[in-house]
Design a protein around this ligand. Sequence first.
Ligand code: TYD
Length: 409
Amino acid sequence: MNAPLCRISGQAINRAIDFGIQPLGNGFLLPEFFSSEYFYPMEMGFCETSMMFQLIEQPAPEQMFHEHYAFYSSTSRYMEWHFAEFANQVKQSGYLAKVDPFVVELGCNDGIMLKNFASAGMRHLGIEPSRNVAAVANGNGVRTLSEFFSEAVAEKIVREEGQADAFLAANVMCHIPDMLGVVKGIRALLKPTGVVMFEDPYLGDVIEKTSYDQIYDEHVFLFSAHSVQYMFQLHGMELIDVLPQKTHGGSMRYVLAHAGAYPVSQAVTQLFVKEQELGLHKQSTFETFRRSIEQSRVDLVNLLRELKSQGKRIAGYGATSKSTTVLNYCGIGPDLIEFISDTTPIKQGKFTPGMHIPVKPYEVFQASPPDYAVLFAWNHAEEIMAKEKAFVEAGGRWIVHIPKVQVLG
Ligand code: TYD
């Protein structure tokens, strides 16, 4: 078998972590589709040239993003606040032209961030490949094209509307296998003074917290400052700032510009040093990471089996894409977890991908609280813990698996 190649450098990738056969992270389904459920071999590799940690094989995009794709951004109050803050930061950054600035967002979803520009009367354009989601954004007053972004799409936008001051993306870039095509498009789209600001789950947090559940079919890359710098420098751009974020269990906002356009902040230099210390640039780090993941699996399965043997009832909280990786990698099914509570109507009444645990509305959790709840939506821990004081007061206990498997309280 030929060695797989890095999507960025074109060099051979070293195989790093094999998660076995996995279903789609967000592929919640009804029983009539169990027999035709899609599975693929999920394995991560590391390229020592680009320093990019990436999926070796990814399902075809039409398997993942289609008319029934169940992800809308505006599901959490915290995320609404977060994107308003992101938009404010862009407006106040000093990077936008004083007169008639133009802001483009890739993967604008239902318009959760761009509506903050639209309501201020600023020139904006969203690019969202999921047609049904783009329609929701347009309905929210956010001007949105339903396209896959590329150099050709960028050139069309420049011809029709001129170059952009800012190119934004949140939790989108790490989904795109043809990243180099996107980087070329960005270079064509941006004014000489233009900036890219994008954020995604950060590899440094994933390694430090053993949050291996950030790995699933949609996340083709887990970025670091090292890999982002490599990828953009190939096309004459460079990192000028980095801003750590709390979202998605630890993300990084990267700010890039045409090389030499702006001074490079101290935060960039400091992050490079920190990443060297964490070893994000070398293969051996991913071998240690693999051993931590294996230990996490042993600890979680042992804990759930022990509690079950004591006759305890265990449910899950938040039917996240992340939970699909944990459940399938650990082999945890309805024998251990009775149901998963989730507030998203389109997930309710369905079953989790692969392990087929029923997803039930939040009201079921409230009406019949379990003894233990596994916090699969751990990235929303603060919001959830604040809301669920009554569960704990009534004797319920949280199980978390990040940064290590434990029962809280
Ligand atoms: P999300 O944070 O998008 O994670 P992922 O990208 O891994 O899918 O998903 C959070 C899920 O948790 C979503 O389905 C909604 C659900 N949820 C609840 O059920 N209750 C809550 O209080 C919160 C904040 C989220």
